[in-house]
Design a protein around this ligand. Structure first.
Ligand code: G16
Length: 553
């Protein structure tokens, strides 16, 4: 351990404040425009609300870090001052304030920390006009449980003062420890613990051989977000992939001007590379905070729902999962591809509301080993967050062991289990009242839908998804509307909980196809009838004035 430097006891002030009414955490923490977070007392109030909701944090160990987006420096300095003001015992901060979300989860668990505060708005855009966010993680390393999130919200409505220390300007660039009154501030290498965990889970030797043969090429696009340093260390240094394997490796506070979103529309440069002449064998990308993943083969896109199913099917080939899986979980709108694999393996498959926080209790109880979501999130019980680089390593490990390319692994999967066609349409920046009216009107009609004919389709069931956590017993309601057709098709409609401007309506479509002659269609063509069902029953154009989605993936 480094010698603790002493900076003298700081002065702690109690600052009078007033509650803000818009600090209810969404699907994944509190996300707002930078300008909102920069308003006097806004961040301070929310952080004090976190501390209050935890019943005070005196003597606690807290992990702090984030994706380095614009406003992170100021936010980090403020959070450190609040932590010292509230008597936190030890503050563990990633060097330069950087920690990917999975690495933060890893560190919380490795250090036995009491909680973590993650400064990120995930895949949302950065910069002065962009978004900022604060996620809170519990001692298991995972997102605050739904119950803790509600307590934070209630605490935010009661904050009338916060306690903050006057600190000198601190640098987070040098590893080591500093004592600030009762608090020890420790700056750690953000990559080391996480990379060591990856080495324990995957067959690095086999993956190294894959690169050593010189014929296998990976391009990982870090999108100028937090995974750059992690990917360079793991792929280029530890696995021997050649320099240049990691694209856009340097984290920037505005992510180079584009949103750090690893979906095939936004990650267009990587998609073009994979669709071009002489494409690499595997293309991958992650998001702002490193918890999402995009997987591409040459001229081939792997839908995240299929990715989860393929990884589940082959998990025993990977050292960390060689003993088999206890169970799997997916969010409700995610296609049912993984359900079929679970049934074949004879393991349980849980269907949860959207939000990684719902997987936490299942993972903690040992009921599931892998879990994932259509929103480019895949993970396992190695942490309590979804994990972008972990997913890429999992694919690399499968390719190294089977000798099969990405496309072949997915095609074989479709031939074995049938293909679950999947698509998602997003309507963004809607007037929140109109979006709520659309949702409410459809919810009110649900019971009248079964038996209705829409085009060629007969609707056979419709409901609003509700969930009872089988471990914690907590009920969640209003988690999305589901409509089922007679041929096994499904339409899901819900409102996003991660947007920062207006409302986002998400429509999800999926259907299982087993006809061997119909496994290679384009997803939009295979699902066009379900899109028509959604329009017909929800009246999207009439409610929103929009005739096409902003994003179709
Ligand atoms: C978060 C959650 C995910 C969720 C996604 C989209 O991811 O952790 O569980 O699927 O948001 O949520 P929504 O549909 O409500 O916008 P991230 O990577 O943004 O933290």
């Amino acid at each position: 351990m480094n010698e603790v430097e002493r900076l003298g006891a700081p002065v702690v002030r109690t600052v009078e404040s007033r509650p803000f009414s818009d600090q209810r955490p969404g699907t994944s923490g509190l996300r707002r425009k930078v300008a909102r977070f920069a308003e006097p007392h806004y961040l301070e109030n929310f952080v004090q609300a976190i501390f209050d909701a935890l019943g005070g944090v005196a003597g606690c160990t807290l992990v702090v870090g984030g994706d380095g987006r614009y406003f992170s420096d100021r936010a980090l300095a403020t959070i450190v001052a609040l932590a010292v003001g509230n008597g936190v015992g030890r503050l563990v901060v990633g060097r330069g304030g950087l920690l990917s979300t999975p690495a933060a989860s890893c560190l919380i668990r490795a250090r036995g920390a009491d909680f973590g505060v993650l400064l990120t708005a995930s895949h949302n855009p950065g910069g002065p006009d962009g978004d900022f966010g604060v996620k809170v993680n519990g001692p298991n390393g995972g997102p605050a449980s739904p119950e803790l999130a509600e307590r934070i919200w209630r605490a935010s409505l009661a904050v009338e003062r916060y306690r903050i220390a006057d600190l000198p300007a601190l640098s987070f660039d040098r590893l080591g420890e500093v004592r600030l009154g009762a608090t020890v501030l420790e700056v750690v290498d953000p990559v080391a613990d996480y990379a060591a965990l990856m080495e324990r889970l995957f067959d690095f030797e086999r993956i190294r051989e894959l690169f050593a043969r010189g014929r296998f090429r990976l391009r990982f696009d870090a999108l100028h977000a937090v995974t750059g340093p992690y990917a360079v260390e793991i792929f280029e240094r530890r696995l021997g992939a050649p320099p240049g394997t990691v694209l856009h490796a340097e984290p920037r506070e505005d992510f180079g001007g584009a949103p750090p979103d690893p979906n095939p529309v936004v990650a267009a440069e990587l998609v073009a590379l994979m669709n071009g002449d002489d494409p690499p064998d595997l293309g991958a990308a992650s998001d702002g905070d490193g918890d999402r993943n995009l997987i591409l083969g040459p001229g081939f896109y792997v839908n995240p729902c299929d990715s989860l199913a393929v990884l589940t099917h082959h998990a025993r080939l990977v050292p960390g999962y060689a003993r088999g899986l206890a169970g799997v979980a997916r969010s409700m709108p995610t296609s049912r591809a993984v359900d079929r694999v679970a049934a074949r393996l004879g393991i349980p498959c849980y269907e949860t509301p959207v939000g990684w926080k719902y997987f936490g209790s299942l993972l903690d109880a040992g009921r599931v080993t892998l879990c994932g979501e259509e929103s480019f999130g895949t993970g396992s019980d190695h942490l309590r967050e979804k994990d972008g680089l972990w997913a890429v390593l999992f694919w690399l490990n499968l390719i190294a062991v089977t000798g099969k390319p990405v496309r072949a692994l997915v095609r074989e999967h479709w031939q074995t289990f049938g293909r679950d066609y999947f698509a998602r349409h997003d309507y963004e920046h809607l007037d929140p009242e109109r979006a709520a009216a659309l949702y409410g009107a459809l919810r009110d009609r649900l019971s009248s839908l079964p038996g209705t004919q829409v085009g060629e389709r007969t609707l056979v069931a419709a409901d609003e998804f509700r969930y009872r956590d089988p471990v914690a017993g907590v009920e969640s309601e209003g988690e999305g509307l589901r409509i089922f057709t007679e041929d096994g098709g499904r339409v899901v409609l819900r409102l996003s909980g991660t947007d920062t401007e207006g409302a986002t309506l998400r429509l999800y479509f999926d259907r299982h196809e087993t006809d061997p002659t119909r496994l290679e269609l384009a997803a939009p063509a295979a699902l066009a009838d379900l899109v028509a069902v959604a329009e017909e029953v929800a009246g999207i154009a009439a409610h929103t004035g929009r005739t096409r989605p902003d994003l179709a993936i």
